[in-house]
Ligand binder design. Structure first.
Ligand code: PLP
Length: 399
């Protein structure tokens, strides 16, 4: 998380020392970044699931350079036909779950969530919105309103009043689905909860959530900002679990390392933003042509190199190489998104210092202060998985 959140977190768990991760980056390539002194770090965070195609991926760098030379910003999103936006939207529509075929580009994850919430209200004519406890959807007012209490309260409390008519239910709790009613405009859920410390859905839960939304006419919105673009072993986690949402929010890896977000839906749903008012969501830089060119190059790289199909085995390899260490209390995983549970926040804080020394960049989770994150670029090689796991084990030995 950001430095501000990290410091808040440290204060919260009684640690007053500065972040252990203030390391200067000179350059980054593939699975690594390097300091000005030439020290190499394994990047096991990938910018929080952003750098899925590896740092300085030549295909992405080329696309950025070529598009920057052709044109950068021309006009507010949607006014002119800008080829990189159209080409990328068409490619996404081929891969998005089910009948989702309409993509609205924005700047960030939080803006994608804002767009999705507004769309759900307009389409259903309802106002109640339901999120999941321990969910993180971004830091703008609307997205923050959907930060699932009670853990989110630490951040939300200082900024009230936020959106009215918002409530949070427990993820993976079948009984709580009864709280979704004919008053509900939408339910916003991450198919695998990220900042809760990697919590995959229990079998049947997402299907039951889908059924309940259908029963009461609420839209199901998947936040795939962290899980999208191959992270969990399929292009989108919705495909992995076989559940089709009404709206999908994307960002992070969507831009191939450039800032880009999107919310996507069936055209019939998306059309609700076109009238009364005519411009339901306006964004100047949303779908920036350079970001769309970069994102399309990254997605093509994932497809052409068959990167996504190898995600599951690499994630399973990390799990196999680490799970028997006596300090490890368990590993929660979806593809190459892993939370390695140490059981105590003091140990977590200590391991971060050891990682820093040993040349590993890891991170913890916003709502889980006992586990560290492994979410490297999806291009990480098997040899790099083995080598980084060996370094991690050596650090665990010193705990
Ligand atoms: N949704 C999820 C699941 C996230 O993990 C994040 C960021 O960490 C966001 C939304 C917000 O994205 P952004 O920081 O681009 O606004």
């Amino acid at each position: 998380m950001s430095e501000i959140l990290r410091r808040q977190f440290l204060a919260h768990v009684g640690q007053t020392s500065p972040s252990p991760m203030l390391v200067e980056v000179e350059r980054a390539e593939g699975s690594f970044f390097y300091t000005p002194e030439g020290k190499r770090y394994y990047d096991l965070v990938a910018g929080v699931s952003v750098s899925n195609v590896g740092h300085a991926n030549p295909a992405v760098v080329r696309a950025v350079q070529e598009q920057a030379a052709r044109y950068m910003h021309v006009m507010v999103y949607g006014e002119l036909v800008e080829t990189p936006q159209v080409a990328y939207a068409a490619k996404l529509a081929e891969w998005l779950p089910g009948a989702i075929d309409s993509v609205y580009f924005v700047n960030s994850g939080a803006e994608a969530v804002e767009g999705a919430l507004k769309l759900a209200k307009r389409y259903t004519g309802r106002t109640e919105m339901i999120s999941m406890r321990r969910a993180y959807h971004g830091s703008t007012h609307g997205a923050m309103s959907m930060m699932g209490a009670p853990e989110g309260e630490e951040w939300k409390g200082a900024f009230r009043p936020l959106l009215p008519d918002v409530r949070a239910i427990e993820f993976n709790d079948f009984d709580a689905l009864a709280d979704i009613t004919t008053r509900t405009a939408c339910v916003l859920a991450e198919p695998v909860q990220g900042e809760a410390g990697v919590r995959p859905p229990v079998p049947g839960y997402l299907e039951a959530l889908r059924r309940r939304c259908d029963e009461v006419g609420a839209l199901l919105v998947f936040d795939e900002i962290q899980t999208g673009m191959g992270r969990t072993g399929t292009m989108f986690a919705a495909c992995k679990y076989g559940v089709e949402p009404d709206i999908v929010c994307l960002a992070k890896a969507l831009g191939g390392g450039m800032p880009l977000g999107a919310f996507a839906a069936r055209k019939e749903v998306m059309d609700a933003l076109q009238t009364r008012p005519v411009l339901g969501h306006i964004t100047t830089f949303g779908g920036h042509p350079v970001c769309c060119a970069a994102g399309l190059a990254a997605m093509n790289f994932l497809i052409e190199r068959d990167v996504v199909r190898q995600v599951e085995s690499k994630g399973a390899l990390y799990e196999a190489l680490l799970s028997d260490h006596p300090q490890v209390r368990g590993i929660r995983r979806a593809g190459l998104l892993l939370a390695v549970e140490l059981g105590e926040s003091d140990k977590l804080y200590r391991i971060m210092e050891l990682f820093k020394e040993a040349g590993i960049l890891s991170d913890w989770f916003l709502y889980c202060d006992t586990a560290f994150r492994i979410s490297p670029p999806l291009t990480v090689s098997e040899e790099e998985v083995r080598d980084s796991a060996r370094i991690i084990r050596a650090c665990l030995d010193r705990l």
